[in-house]
Design a binder for this molecule. Structure first.
Ligand code: PAF
Length: 286
């Protein structure tokens, strides 16, 4: 198995628990960053954020099959464990947890988790299997690691909302921290899926955040949301996106719709759009 000697790697729940319980016996607090690998600067920021809030940081690298639909990119999802270990070590991570699929999901496992409203609509409408899979693996990872604090990127904003609800509803004793999206010099949100983009597609991708910022500005000026959302979707097609799943302005707290059709409280603009076979998401506060 490839790994960097500098960063300890736990492959089983037992190995993970041995290390983490050792830390706890020494009085250390534990931070946790769940990832699917193919790490970049955005993940390193999450690890550093966890390191500011806890004495020891565990990061999991697990490409979770239950959150991918059959037609999605599970098989093609980039895997680069040795480099991931280097990046984690560089950001101050103390342990990489990289279980095999069989360790995470015994063949006779039958439990599922449905989070309800926060997981419906937006990503939930276009990737119906995703948040059930995310909720299941995040609940399992939090039970396996038992951290004091866990850090999630705001890049997957709906995921963050779903995880907050999951943890509250299941009384999982962990503090969930959202960490702001890291962007390249052109404002493109860093994502493992950016690796799929051609040079031309990258130029188009870099327009996404500008279109969202403009929609956000119009929304905060009191514009009618349905018109703002459909204009932004048209603008994305005009700059070269192949297809737009959604552009939506929602309540920041729970991603519910604004009943009056205009923004009247903390809001978030969110979008998902395709460049060829690559699906990009982004969001920002309004
Ligand atoms: O955001 C991700 O990378 C994944 O959805 C997560 C939280 C690691 C669960 O598989």
């Amino acid at each position: 198995m490839p790994h960097t000697p500098d960063l300890p790697v736990a492959r089983t729940i037992a190995e993970l628990r041995q290390t983490v319980s050792g830390w706890k016996r020494q009085g250390f607090t534990v931070g946790f960053v769940p990832t699917m690998g193919a790490l970049h600067e955005g993940h390193q920021t999450l690890v550093r954020e966890a390191g500011l809030r806890a004495d020891r940081v565990v990061a999991s690298v697990f490409v979770n099959p239950t959150q991918f639909a059959a037609h999605e990119d599970l098989g093609a999802y980039p895997r680069q464990e040795a480099r991931d270990a280097e990046l984690l070590a560089g950001a101050g991570c103390a342990l990489m947890y990289a279980p095999a699929v069989e360790e995470m999901y015994p063949a006779d496992a039958t439990t599922t988790i449905s989070v309800g409203a926060p997981a419906e609509g937006l990503e939930g409408a276009f990737r119906p299997q995703m948040f059930g899979g995310v909720a299941l693996v995040v609940a399992k990872l939090l039970n396996q690691v038992q951290p004091h604090v866990a850090v999630f990127g705001e890049k997957d904003f709906q995921q963050l909302i779903v995880v907050r609800r999951l943890v509250r509803d299941l009384d999982i004793p962990v503090e969930i921290v959202g960490s702001p999206t890291i962007r390249d010099g052109h404002g493109l949100a860093l994502s493992s899926r950016n690796a799929y983009l051609s040079a031309e597609q990258l130029e188009v991708a870099r327009r996404l955040n500008g279109v969202l910022a403009e929609a956000g500005a119009k929304a905060s000026a009191g514009g009618a949301l349905p018109a703002i959302e459909s204009e932004a979707a048209t603008a994305l097609l005009e700059v070269g996106f192949s297809h737009v799943d959604y552009v939506a302005v929602r309540r920041a707290e729970d991603l519910g719709e604004f009943a009056g059709g205009t923004v009247d409280g903390p809001a978030r603009v969110l979008a998902a759009a395709w460049l060829g076979k690559t699906r990009l998401i982004d969001n920002m506060a309004i």
